[in-house]
Design a protein around this ligand. Structure first.
Ligand SMILES: [Fe+2]
Length: 284
């Protein structure tokens, strides 16, 4: 067992002194991220982790790979729900496409892990909030899915979908040798409009609005996934793609819907059966 790193050692602190509120480098990064997010809802901080930090995060994820949950449902619509027979068969609600990759869930990372400690590290949350231009961010209260590792084995993919939560912070721990690309369509829907026609165009193969992001292990990515359709293309290499996903919310108490969490992660808790707080009324 390697010795426990402090949170400030998990990240490349010399380059990103995020726990020093008035540091000019911190301010510079925040301003750059805000500009990128303003541009298209996506921003990257390159090589966010220190070498020992990345090794620790990767080792934790790798150890837990045998516990990866693969959904029994291999075909999903972009809303990851059951569809709606009241709509035509070729309506986006009723178009089901392959989603074969899996997740290592939050409950498998104990409090001692670097991943768990980093997620709950207050300076990180504060830094991320400022990057996103928010006064405050809240921990996504879903005990199954708030801090997870997405596992993409060779041949696996996560096809087009929208996220439940407003913002997602991802950190690539291990890239695919080839394939496994993150692609997105910025602002395809809004909080008040599903924009089904535009979603259908992408599902029908229109790539005119599709952007592809090149990511390397250690990169931190901000993504506004509630309104931007996105996918990870098939892993065509020989190694697994491992992505740490940290979810935060603008409101306290947000958790995923029971059906969606059960489908994606294979388990739910009492919290899912209780009342839910939602920020909008989109399909999911
Ligand atoms: Fe997503």
């Amino acid at each position: 067992m390697s010795q426990k790193l402090a949170c400030s050692e998990i990240i490349d602190h010399a380059r990103y002194p995020i726990d020093e509120a008035d540091h000019p480098q911190r301010r510079e990064v925040i301003e750059r991220v805000r500009a990128e997010l303003e541009h298209d809802g996506c921003a990257v901080i390159r090589n966010f982790f220190s070498a020992p930090g990345l090794r620790a995060l990767l080792a934790e994820a790798s150890e837990r790979k045998p516990q990866t949950y693969y959904s029994e449902r291999k075909q999903c619509n972009v809303y990851l729900n059951d569809g709606d027979p009241g709509f035509p068969r070729d309506h986006p609600l009723n178009v089901f496409i392959p989603r074969t990759n899996g997740f290592i869930t939050a409950d498998l990372f104990g409090e001692e892990t670097a991943s768990h400690r980093l997620y709950y590290w207050e300076p990180l949350k504060q830094f991320l909030a400022e990057c996103l231009g928010k006064d405050e961010l809240f921990i996504y209260e879903d005990p199954v899915s708030n801090m997870i590792v997405n596992v993409g084995k060779p041949g696996q993919q996560f096809n087009w979908h929208f996220d439940t939560n407003e913002f997602t912070i991802t950190m690539l721990l291990q890239a695919a040798d080839s394939g496994g690309h993150f692609e997105y369509v910025p602002d395809l829907r809004s909080a008040t409009d599903e924009c089904y026609d535009e979603v259908k165009q992408v599902l029908d193969g229109d790539r005119s609005r599709v952007k592809r992001l090149e990511l390397n292990a250690g990169d931190l990515q901000f993504f506004l996934g509630r309104f931007s359709l996105h996918q990870v293309t098939a892993n065509s290499g020989d190694t697994d793609r491992l992505l740490l996903i940290m979810s935060f919310s603008e409101k306290p108490g947000m958790i995923g819907s029971m059906a969606r969490v059960k489908n994606l992660y294979g388990k739910v808790t009492d919290a899912h059966a209780d009342n839910r707080v939602r920020a909008d009324n989109l399909v999911d």
